[in-house]
Design a binder for this molecule. Structure first.
Ligand code: FAD
Length: 638
């Protein structure tokens, strides 16, 4: 991989300030780097990217796929955000990790490559977001992807791959490589086999990337398995989008530059970006637009004046907007900020996938990733990785399944849940959204629940801490185990992200509102029951010695399940919606991703997603960023 010194785009403060920019991108993360790369394909367009974190390019902790377990929670890579106490989830403050370096969260994520269900995107369009249906987005899923066909892998898998795929739905030459891990937890085979005895739609899907992923299967990861020297390494926004563009003279990227606010006129026009570098404040002017890509939290920066593209990451985008005077006047005034653009949807609609699960110990002789507690096994794994990029260090976790709630519930339970969703006035969802969520609950073709097989022992008593969670509890040390988790596709519980201070270095109040809606408890309860059913089914049950977490629970009793879920809940790392797309008054940005009430400002990152999707979200973030880039080109005739 190229050294930073060989990448002219990565520049000093002085060089950055010397240039004039058509577009300034706030946040060099997942979406931000896509937009930067696509806009600078035109040599006449100048783009400046401001990233708060370091470059971290070529860092082996990022490049080696398994190391995500070590870099989450490390300030060199992670913002270390925390939620406010979650009143419906044990009153705990939960870690809310977000990547803080070039590549953003794509540099620290688990690398699972999943697309939402067709219905997810079609429902975005039904909410009035023109051009965001499944058929509109499919070309952008293909555009960002380079599917590394297993027929070409240079290493042999430890267990046979049973997942089917149809190359027509995949990209052939996009920037982000996707592949199947060649080392997989051996008992995932039995898990898939046991699941497939439980019903047609619970077994293996025909092709999980064609808009219908119901079933249980080994998924793709964003790991490069092409034959070159990147084989077996993380494929992310830096390797796919930044490095191939880093010699373009029309692209400049400044790291360690924290955007504090946008320069916004009284009329809502954004003309520049204010940022801190080495403790000193600077302003860069923008000639066309600012793109905010700072992520779910940063949106408060929307105080500027031209069309900035905000790609700071879903957490940070709302913060940047509010610091910039764009948001709800009553919230801004509490932090002493004058409201320049009245946009009360900024920071609202924050929605995260919450997840819970059970932990199991395996029978004697069976190995999981817990083997990496043992020096000899670590040595063997390292040797395999260094020799030909094989073994557990080359692998991302990716055994998963999707099941419809309607397949697990009785018709009267489905009707009761729909009633609870439709009659609730306190969720922050508008009537149209509630109707779509209620319909999807009854839909036998929609995966309202996701299941993931986590290949190691996890400390579920410490789900609030992303560091403690990865250490096995004392009583399981030296034993081999795994965890099965269940996640809700469309959580009803919603929260918000708002500033509490005008200091850009202070964290905003991050409130995902975990489990504040009873519907989420009902859906997750069905998921836990499903987990117990699968582990009691051959050939999976023969692999299990005991359930280590919780040691006792009556899974037939709703109250016991609810009490358990409220104690054992955590993030699936998928916050969205804090600057959601939608009609005026419903969304904070329109369906061209322009911030309502402003001129010269777009948000392009995970925060614009108007309704949560079934599955992990990075494929969708890449697709949004590709589409957003085309929208900018269309709007400016570039
Ligand atoms: C630990 C973890 C595991 C995950 N696992 C998966 C997975 O396996 N599969 C999957 O599909 N999804 C996963 N996700 C989710 C996915 O990675 C994210 O949703 C996606 O990367 C978000 O992209 P983004 O562009 O919105 O934000 P980011 O990629 O987070 O980019 C935001 C960028 O803006 C920068 N920034 C923020 N504020 C400022 C500021 N004020 N000034 C300048 N720069 C700023 C940040 O440092 C960052 O680089 C995971 C996420 C995390 C955190």
């Amino acid at each position: 991989m190229a050294e930073v010194s060989q990448l002219p785009a990565l520049c000093s403060l002085e060089e950055f300030l010397e240039q004039k920019y058509d577009f300034v991108i706030v946040g060099g993360g997942t979406a931000g780097l896509v937009v930067a790369a696509r806009l600078t394909e035109n040599p006449n367009v100048t783009v400046g990217v401001l990233e708060a974190g370091p470059a971290n390019i070529g860092d082996p902790m990022i490049m080696m796929p398994v190391m995500y377990t070590k870099i989450i929670g490390d300030p060199k890579y992670d913002w270390l955000h925390k939620t406010v106490p979650q009143k419906s989830a044990n009153d705990l403050e939960y870690d809310q990790p977000r990547g803080r370096c070039l590549g953003g969260s794509s540099a620290i994520n688990y690398q699972m490559y999943v697309r939402g269900h067709k219905l997810d995107y079609d429902d975005w369009a039904k909410l009035g977001n023109k051009g965001w249906g499944y058929d509109d987005l499919l070309p952008y899923f293909r555009k960002h992807e380079q599917f590394d066909d297993p027929a070409g892998y240079s290493t042999v898998s430890n267990i046979p791959l049973e997942t089917k795929y149809n190359t027509n739905f995949h990209g052939k030459d996009g920037p982000i490589h996707t592949s199947f891990s060649t080392w997989r937890l051996p008992l995932e085979k039995e898990w898939i086999a046991a699941s497939s005895t439980l019903g047609n739609k619970i077994g293996s899907p025909v092709n999980a990337w064609d808009g219908d992923h119901l079933g249980t299967f080994h998924s793709l990861s964003t790991i490069d398995r092409s034959k070159g020297d990147m084989n077996g390494t993380r494929s992310y926004a830096v390797t796919g989008y930044l490095l191939p563009s880093a010699k373009r003279p029309n692209l400049k990227v400044l790291t360690e530059a924290l955007v504090s606010k946008l320069v916004v006129s009284e009329g809502g026009e954004v003309t520049g970006v204010e940022f801190l570098h080495s403790g000193v404040s600077h302003i860069v002017q923008v000639m066309k637009e600012v793109v905010l890509s700072a992520g779910v939290v940063c949106s408060p920066l929307l105080r500027s004046r031209s069309t900035l593209v905000l790609t700071i990451a879903q957490i940070k985008s709302p913060q940047v907007l509010e610091l910039s005077g764009i948001g709800n006047p009553s919230i801004l005034s509490k932090s002493g900020i004058k409201c320049l653009v009245d946009n009360p949807r900024v920071g609202e609609g924050f929605n995260d996938h919450s997840t819970t699960g059970f932990g199991y110990e395996v029978v004697e002789g069976e190995k999981t990733l817990d083997m990496l507690q043992n020096d000899a096994d670590i040595q063997a794994a390292m040797t395999a990785y260094m020799t030909d990029k094989s073994g557990p260090f080359s692998s991302g976790g990716a055994a998963m399944g999707f099941v419809s709630y309607a397949d697990l519930a009785t018709p009267s339970e489905v009707a009761a849940l729909q009633k609870s969703i439709l009659s609730d006035n306190d969720t922050g969802h508008d009537a149209a959204t509630k109707k779509l969520v209620a319909q999807s609950i009854a839909d036998h073709t929609y995966g309202s629940l996701q299941f993931i097989l986590i290949p190691a022992t996890i400390n579920m008593d410490r789900f609030d801490s992303q560091v403690a969670m990865f250490q096995p509890p004392a009583h399981q040390l030296g034993k081999q185990g795994f965890m099965l988790v269940t996640c809700i596709g469309r959580p009803l519980s919603r929260g918000s992200i708002h500033i509490t201070s005008s200091d850009p270095q202070a964290d905003p109040a991050i409130d995902p509102g975990y489990l504040t809606h009873p519907a989420d408890i009902e859906v997750l309860s069905k998921g836990l029951q499903m987990i117990e059913k699968v582990v009691s089914t051959s050939p999976m049950k023969e692999k299990i010695k005991r359930r280590y977490h919780p040691e006792t629970i009556d899974t037939g009793d709703k109250k016991s399940l609810e009490a358990y879920i409220r104690k054992a809940i955590t993030t699936e790392y998928h916050p969205i919606g804090s600057v959601a797309m939608g009609k005026k008054g419903v969304g904070a940005v329109d369906d061209r991703l322009k911030v309502w009430g402003t001129k010269g400002l777009r948000v392009i990152d995970a925060s614009v997603m108007p309704l949560h999707i079934s599955g992990n979200i990075i494929a969708t973030v890449y697709a949004i960023a590709e589409k957003g880039s085309d929208m900018i080109k269309e709007d400016w005739g570039l």
